[in-house]
Each structure stands twice: as C-alpha cells, then as structure tokens.
Design a protein around this ligand. Sequence first.
Ligand SMILES: *Cc1c(COP(=O)(O)O)cnc(C)c1O
Length: 230
Amino acid sequence: MKPDSQLAKNLESVKQQIAEAAERSGRAADGIKLVAVTKYVPVNVIRPLVQLGCRDLGESRPQALWEKAAALGDMPVEWHMVGHLQRNKVDRTVPLVSLVHSGDSLRLLQAIDAAASAIGRRVPVLLEINVSGDATKHGFAPAEVESLLPAIVALPHIEVRGLMGMASREGDLEQARREFAGLRQLRDRLQQVAPPEIKLTELSMGMSGDFEIAVEEGATIVRVGSALFT
Ligand SMILES: *Cc1c(COP(=O)(O)O)cnc(C)c1O
C-alpha cells in the first residue's frame, strides 16, 4: 500500500496527462471522465482516493463491486461495472451502479432491463464492442451490433449511452489507436441509424497503458487502474 501522498501524485499525474491529451486533440478536458478502476486495492486505499475527489469508481468483478459498495456506503461514490456481468449477478448489481460499461450481449441487456424494471429505474449502459476481434474477449462484434440495435433500444429500462471497448493486449499503441478510432467511427455510424432519442455520446476506452491515445481518439470516459495504484 502506498502512502496517500503517492496516490495524490498519481491522480494528479493521470489527470494532467488526460488534460494534455485533450488539448492535443482540441477537446475540453472537463469533457472526459476518469473512472478509477479499484480492482487491485482494498477499501482502505479507496477511501483516500474518494477524499481526493475521485468519485467515479469501477470494478471488473460483480462480487467485488458489491463488497466495496457496501463497505463504502457512507461515501459519495458512483459505481461503474466495467467487467463481464454474469446474468445471475445482475439483480444484485443493478441497484448499485451508475453505469454498466459491459453490456456485451442482448441476453444480458434483457436481464438488466428486467432488474431495472423491478426497482423502477432506468439504467445507463454502454454496449461493449469486441474491437480487437480477440475471441477470448467479451462484446458485440462490430458487424452485428447495428442489426441488434432496434431490439436493444426497445428495452424500456435501459438507457444506451454509447460504446465501450478495449484495445488488444499486445501493447502496440498504433494498433490501439486504430481500434479506438474504429470504435469512434462505429459509434458515429450507429448514431445515424439509431432513433433520435438515443444519444450515443459516450465512448469508454483507454486504460493505464493507452488512455492518452484513447482521449486523442475521442474517449469521453477512461478507465484507469494500475497507473493510480503503483
Ligand atoms: C482492469 C481494467 C481496467 C484498468 O486497467 P489498468 O490497465 O490497470 O488501468 C480498465 N477496464 C477494465 C474492463 C478492466 O478490467
């Protein structure tokens, strides 16, 4: 565990990098949300982070999100589900989250819709797209999502806000840039065919190794873990 001053430094440095990347691409830094992915750290490290003003927190495993949300129930946290959400975990997760980034199948979205309906909410979701084509990754294939869009947007208790994607693992930054640009173009194309009340404004892309490139390519949300906690 690092002292809080290290955490504060890391947070400042990530924010600075986001601001500089935004400036390079002629965008406003305040249009980009930092989600701190807290999967590596226990709640005693998360508390100071929230006290430093970082209120958007992400977890990739539902069970960890439940536990941390309960432990931090006294703090002003917006929870983001960023990893694969199994359908049998939807009922417990939906009441806790501000945004599900990982809407990766129609069946999952239907389950989220039902759980949201049961608590009288409309849940914001992103459609996860398998941009790298990696068969081990979750997400809609870029080519299938347009034909599924009518069924997705018809779900009354889901509010589709945009797309989420992860670059290939290999760490080739030019490849990551192409994948992020592809996600942005897919979003633009889907927006043209979507009903006008659907606003695909969000692009959740970029992690510790590639968030600056993601911002340059149009990310509105970056999901950063290890750069904050090392
Ligand atoms: C772990 C994780 C992140 C953060 O990864 P880092 O490389 O540690 O910044 C972002 N998104 C998802 C879906 C993750 O699982």
